[in-house]
Design a protein around this ligand. Structure first.
Ligand code: ASP
Length: 402
């Protein structure tokens, strides 16, 4: 019964994405009239994020029992995120060197676009961003990283209380279940939501002809990013098959709705409730799922890392700047950091791109070259970000599961 509903929803969402694409293509601007339906879906999903992340982490970490299991799972998560992020950036660098997308680009009027501002981005700033002076304000501002840190420490403290801590854990377990039930209810509306999101965004981009012209102008760049993302997705499938002995197509069937939600919303945070549901249906170990997924949705962004590398090299090529091997290694490291620093919201990667460009001394105005097509590439990389998170949860669940 569950599987049938799941399949039906996946098909309906796939159909809605295609229908949204076709409608946005043909009717262009007119499709902006359905934008509010997409907004409604997006906002409803977002509404669940903070309570879901808190309940999921607290019940997941408290369920781990002792601090050693938490250390093991945390250590494995960080190791997995680091390895796959570096694989992603390396694929990005290879693609940019193979396709040479920036060679021959004309540096036209696009360069007058405003340069995005990023906050401070040193290692100490990264550490400082783990905490927030007021946890309620962090929740209100949807600052997920400090919420996650607070919840991990809170759950660890709860597990030292024995009997007295149990009712509190039970409360968060109940809250988690209730949130997941609400996700199911919201997903009934998902096909309409994704249709509206895709159709209205394509409409806002000026419809099919304008979109094709934008892609045409940046064809090689688009191909370099999308083919890199495809290769990385295949690497993730291989990791899943080898490290967890799962049947990849079956797993994809379960997480498909999450990937489509990520593609439609361009936000791994907004997709998180659906991702959790998909990974649950795939039978991933509960504790890994509750702990690894929220963390992954916040800091593990393979698609973004890959894109940052391609984009940096694209800008260098467009400006005729030759990057030495040493500078490309600097791109490797800073692109990984920029991806960790990017929030799971639309086009966050474009903003943290500044970190990479500044590190290797590339002109920040180059970001202007990427703007026209970024809304589309953002969706592609967000789907890969979310896929990376789900594979991480499956791998870590397999290694640590009971
Ligand atoms: N939109 C992406 C995400 O939410 C972040 C990015 O812009 O790359 O995962």
């Amino acid at each position: 019964m569950r599987l049938n509903g799941e399949r039906l929803l996946a098909w309906a969402m796939g159909f809605a994405i295609i229908a949204g694409g076709v409608s946005g293509y043909w009717w262009g601007d007119a499709m902006q009239s359905v934008a509010w339906l997409g907004q409604l879906f997006l906002t409803t999903l977002k509404m669940l994020i903070v309570p879901l992340v808190a309940a999921s982490i607290i019940s997941g970490v408290a369920g781990l029992g002792d601090v050693r299991s938490l250390g093991r799972m945390g250590g494995l998560s960080v190791a997995y995120y680091t390895v796959t992020t570096f694989i992603a950036v390396t694929i990005g660098l290879v693609m940019a060197n193979l396709w040479q997308p920036g060679i021959g680009m004309s540096l036209g009027s696009d360069l007058h676009a405003p340069i995005p501002k990023v906050g401070d981005v040193g290692v100490t700033d990264l550490i400082l961003s783990l905490v927030y002076p007021n946890i309620i304000a962090a929740a209100a501002d949807m600052k997920l990283l400090p919420i996650i840190v607070f919840c991990i420490v809170f759950a660890a403290a709860l597990s030292t209380l024995g009997e007295r801590g149990r009712p509190v854990v039970a409360f968060f377990e109940g809250l988690n279940e209730a949130m997941m039930t609400m996700v199911h209810w919201i997903m009934v509306f998902a096909p309409v939501g994704v249709f509206a999101l895709i159709a209205s965004r394509l409409g806002a981009a000026g419809g099919g002809e304008a979109f094709m012209a934008q892609i045409g102008g940046l064809a090689k760049y688009t191909l370099a990013v999308t083919s890199g993302l495809l290769v990385h997705a295949m690497v993730l499938c291989a990791l899943l098959a080898v490290l967890t002995r799962r049947v990849v197509t079956e797993y994809l069937g379960h997480v498909g709705t999450a990937l489509m939600t990520a593609f439609s919303t361009a936000s791994s945070s907004a997709a998180l409730p659906v991702t959790m549901d998909g990974v649950k249906a795939a039978g991933v170990d509960e504790k890994a799922r509750r702990f690894v997924l929220p963390l992954g949705a916040t800091i593990n962004m393979d698609g973004t890392a890959l894109y940052e590398a391609v984009a940096a090299l694209f800008i260098a090529q467009a400006y005729g700047i030759d990057l030495s091997l040493g500078q490309q290694i600097l791109v490797l490291v800073t692109a990984a950091m920029a991806a960790i620093g990017a929030a799971g919201i639309p086009e966050a990667g474009l903003v943290t791109m500044v970190i990479v460009l500044e590190a290797v001394g590339l002109p920040l105005e180059g970001i202007g070259l990427l703007l026209a097509i970024d809304w589309f590439l953002d969706r592609c990389r967000t789907a890969v970000n979310v896929f990376g998170d789900t594979v991480g949860a499956a791998v870590i669940g397999h290694r640590t599961g009971s």
